[in-house]
Design a protein around this ligand. Structure first.
Ligand code: NOJ
Length: 544
């Protein structure tokens, strides 16, 4: 049997609020996306993944879903979703939608019913309600912290006006965690899968896939939570993450997907370490792919990149799944900025006015080298909207305009993720840089956005956009996604490997190095005057 499309696909993440706005209200929408699908076909990706567009109070930018079977009027209608799916198919693009099973919105009819019902009722049994501790139940049931900061429990006011039970929310208070031990929840999500599969989607990105099942005793866990980490290899597993019970859920879902024609896929968003634990999500009867966050977080040094690439390939090979690669998404600092931060600076959750600012030129140079390295690797790669333009993080966003719940919940200590979610620039001289027909933009765009606009880069040799496009064309031509990696050099300064007909070299050192022998096909930046590969540059060479 031929390997499925997803084993080697390049999948482009669309963050609907920030991609393209058709009606000028400052928030991107589905018709906007449909109108811009041509860009993605031309760029040369295989599929799109859409972050949530479902009805939602938008307490967490749509990751708080109030109805899993509809489209929020902010983004359009179900008919618009159908048109988007059909248009994408006509352009040869697959469509993956986001599924958020760990929690609903507090505006979901189920949660409203739970709040109105009595403790111990079937309505409450859909969520994780507990009595509080202490004589009057005024203490939360355990010490868990929310990923966005503050306690992971909120106390209800019961229908009779008295303070009542507490409910668990690993994220915002407006995102109550579902009780996945309840068969009704399982049945509901199978039905939701079918709803979207019947509409023709090619798969689901599964939000917080490692969180659905909690350790039964809800044992205390005093560690603070972090959006970027599940658990570390050398520490005991936290009682809320990566419990073995989650796998049963995905085995059932796999059967549902397999009962449909075509190759429909599940991809796990699971902040879990080490790579062997992640590989458990992609065993043959579970999901198809899992995001490789260890790769995203790896330092930009030859030894760190060598180690993470090798480990990732080994871990997924062991279960017969393709490896995935990703450098940016809507939860992390864009890699064009992240890679320009001082190595000692750690991993900030957002950057704002007054914070140490990244070196933009260094960041972009490294980001392009990293992208070319990534796109030459076997497996499937994820791109985040705007990275093909070399878009940096908005690192001077005024704090008053921040919308990520992290900023408030952390008591203004973590700036959060707004900086990577700013609406993207299409046309340098248009209002909102072509994001929409008006100047409106739900997050302010930085003044320098014009230089990154698509129309400034199209047809410009050496632009980031053309660099991506060439890479994607060659990746397809040389079937790199389904190739095999063979290391040629893995020193402290230079990494080099073969994948099929291509030799790839990245220079991490301080001195320029000679390129591999053969015809130079592509490079992330020009070679120096002596034809050598400068620092922070990746080259693709066709060997004879
Ligand atoms: C992961 C999503 O990527 C993030 O944006 C969201 O805030 C959390 N899950 C909660 O749904």
């Amino acid at each position: 049997m031929a390997p499925g499309w997803w084993t080697e696909a390049v999948i482009y993440q669309i963050y609907p609020r920030s991609f393209a706005d058709s009606d000028g209200d400052g928030i991107g929408d589905l018709p906007g996306i449909t109108a811009r699908l041509g860009h993605l076909a031309e760029l040369g990706v295989d599929a799109v993944w859409l972050s949530p567009f479902y009805p939602s109070p938008q307490a967490d930018a749509g990751y708080d879903v109030a109805d899993y079977r509809d489209v929020d009027p902010l983004f359009g209608s179900l008919a618009d979703a159908d048109r988007l799916i059909a248009e994408a198919r006509a352009k040869g693009l697959k469509v993956i939608v986001d599924l958020v099973p760990n929690h609903t919105s507090s505006a979901h009819r189920w949660f409203r019913a739970a709040v109105a019902a009595a403790p111990g009722s079937p309505e409450r049994a859909r969520y994780i309600f507990r009595d509080g501790l202490g004589p009057d139940g005024a203490e939360p049931p355990n010490d868990w912290q929310s990923v966005f900061g503050g306690p992971a429990w909120t106390r209800l006011v019961e229908p009779d006006g008295r303070p009542g039970q507490w409910y668990l929310h690993l994220f915002d208070t407006a995102q109550p965690d579902l009780n996945w031990d309840n068969p009704e929840i399982r049945a509901e999500f199978v039905d939701v899968l079918r709803f979207w599969l019947d509409r023709g989607v090619d798969g689901f990105r599964v939000d917080v896939a490692h969180g659905l099942i909690k350790q039964a005793d809800l044992a205390n866990w005093e560690e603070p939570q972090e959006i970027l980490s599940g658990n570390e290899a050398d520490k005991p597993r936290p009682p809320m993450w990566d419990q073995d019970g989650v796998h049963e859920v995905y085995r059932q879902w796999r059967q549902v997907l397999d009962s449909y024609d075509g190759d429909r896929i599940l991809v796990a968003e699971a902040w879990v370490e080490p790579a062997e634990r992640i590989a458990r999500y992609v065993r043959p009867d579970e999901m198809h792919q899992a995001f490789n966050f260890e790769y995203l977080l790896a330092a930009w040094t030859a030894p760190a990149q060598y180690a993470v690439i090798t480990r990732s390939l080994e871990a997924t090979d062991a279960v017969g799944a393709p490896t995935t690669w990703v450098l940016s998404n809507h939860d992390v600092i864009r890699h064009a900025s992240r890679m320009g931060l001082s190595a000692k600076g750690g991993r900030p959750n957002g950057i704002g006015i007054g914070d140490p600012q990244p070196d933009a030129a260094l960041g972009l140079r490294r980001a392009r080298a990293a992208t070319l390295l990534m796109l030459a690797l076997p497996g499937s790669a994820y791109l985040y909207q705007g990275e093909e333009l070399g878009l940096p993080e908005h690192t001077t966003l005024p704090d008053e305009s921040r919308q990520d719940p992290t900023w408030e919940r952390s008591g203004h200590t973590q700036r959060g993720r707004d900086g990577c979610r700013v609406p993207i620039p299409w046309e340098a001289d248009a209002p909102s840089y072509g994001f929409g027909p008006t100047d409106a933009s739900w997050l302010p765009q930085p003044p320098l956005w014009a230089e990154y606009a698509l129309d400034r880069q199209q047809g410009v040799s050496g632009s980031t956009y053309e660099t991506y496009r060439t890479a994607l064309r060659l990746r397809r031509e040389y079937a790199l996604g389904r190739g095999t990696l063979e290391w040629l050099s893995s020193g402290d300064e230079v990494l080099s490997f073969r994948n099929g007909g291509l030799t790839v070299l990245t220079n991490f050192g301080t001195a320029a190095v000679p390129p591999p022998a053969g015809e130079l096909l592509h490079s992330s930046a020009p070679l120096d005057a002596d034809g050598r590969v400068p620092t922070d540059v990746t080259v693709w060479v066709r060997h004879s």
